[in-house]
Write a protein that binds this ligand. Structure first.
Ligand code: AMP
Length: 309
């Protein structure tokens, strides 16, 4: 496409997270949907980040993003502002976070303005944030090849109309099992995913935590991936975001949307998510290598392979 750019544009929360899990706790650690997904995607493709933080956001976090080659010109720093803060806990069920507090802070008045070259990205991921902000970003991009979104219960319950508009305009929706059920009111997951597909996205990818992920397209399941059999999940925060970042990063790298690439994207997404949950915050992804990612994908292949009689 003339004048387009193969990079991946990501908008979403950039956060300080206070999280408690059965393995321990962290206070105001680096987090946010856009951060997890950008770091995961940065293993595959150039990322341009759009978001906002306050003056309290440690500069070392911006340096970390930059060290992964992420373009942070779209990350606004508001003088005197306070960064988005999410406080959550996992009690027993590691697939379901309990939100204790959501302090939107600088995200409340955020008006995303994309730098000129960001508008030509061929791939766009609207990570979890107010769907009105997701729409504001979609309005500014010029004919992208593939757009995707994620969301969560907070926005399904609080901003459903805007979220439905986002879903109507994207190609891929990433949601977890509880979110598709909440959005559609349908308890059967296959039917629920089909209903989400009818709202607009050609592909619906349902993440089921320790039970893997399923990609729906063409009125049927087109791929299902196991989750990596870990013996300990330290902190599930950001699993969905790193899944989506790995998926979208891989698609941006190969550039072509076909079923073989989409299947591989689900496996790369699953691999990134499985590493992410092995430590708090971004700690595991900080020292992850491409060799480790490839080795884990190979493991995925080994555990699902079988020979027909
Ligand atoms: P995940 O575990 O993949 O669903 O996402 C976890 C991340 O979502 C955390 O790092 C939080 O900062 C972020 N988050 C929590 N609540 C919200 C919200 N209402 N909007 C945007 N991001 C959020």
């Amino acid at each position: 496409m003339a004048g387009s750019d193969g990079g991946l544009l990501i908008v979403g929360s950039v956060a300080l997270d206070s999280v408690e899990t059965p393995s321990g706790r962290v206070e105001r650690a680096l987090g946010g949907a856009a951060v997890y997904s950008s770091i995961a995607a940065s293993f595959f493709a150039p990322v341009r980040l759009v978001g906002v933080v306050g003056e309290d956001f440690p500069k070392e976090h911006i340096a970390f993003l930059a060290s992964r080659g992420i373009d942070t010109r779209g990350l606004q720093v508001i003088p005197g502002g306070r960064t988005f803060h999410w406080k959550g806990a996992y009690y027993g069920d590691l697939n379901q976070a309990e939100t204790i507090a959501t302090e939107l802070n600088v995200f409340r008045d955020f008006n995303p303005r994309l730098p000129e070259d960001y508008r030509r990205c061929r791939f766009v991921f609207l990570a979890n944030i107010d769907p009105e902000l997701q729409l504001a970003v979609l309005d500014q991009v010029e004919s992208p090849t593939l757009t995707a979104c994620d969301t969560m219960n907070f926005w399904i319950e609080g901003k459903k109309a805007a979220l439905l508009e986002v879903l109507n305009r994207v190609d891929v929706a990433f949601m977890n099992d509880a979110e598709v059920r909440l959005l559609t009111g349908q308890s059967n997951l296959n039917r629920a995913a089909e209903e989400v597909r009818k709202l607009g996205p050609r592909y619906v990818v349902v993440k089921k935590g320790e039970h893997g992920a399923v990609m729906y397209c063409n009125e049927s399941i087109c791929f299902t991936a196991a989750s990596y059999p870990l013996h300990q999940v330290v902190d599930p925060t950001g699993a969905g975001d790193s899944f989506a970042g790995g998926f979208m990063g891989y698609i941006a790298r190969v550039g072509e949307i076909n079923e073989a690439n989409l299947r591989r994207a689900v496996v790369y997404g699953s691999a990134l998510a499985s590493f992410n949950v092995q430590d708090f915050s971004l700690n595991r992804l900080k020292h992850l290598t491409m060799e480790e990612i490839h080795a884990r994908c190979e493991e995925f292949r080994r555990i699902v392979h079988f020979d027909p009689e």
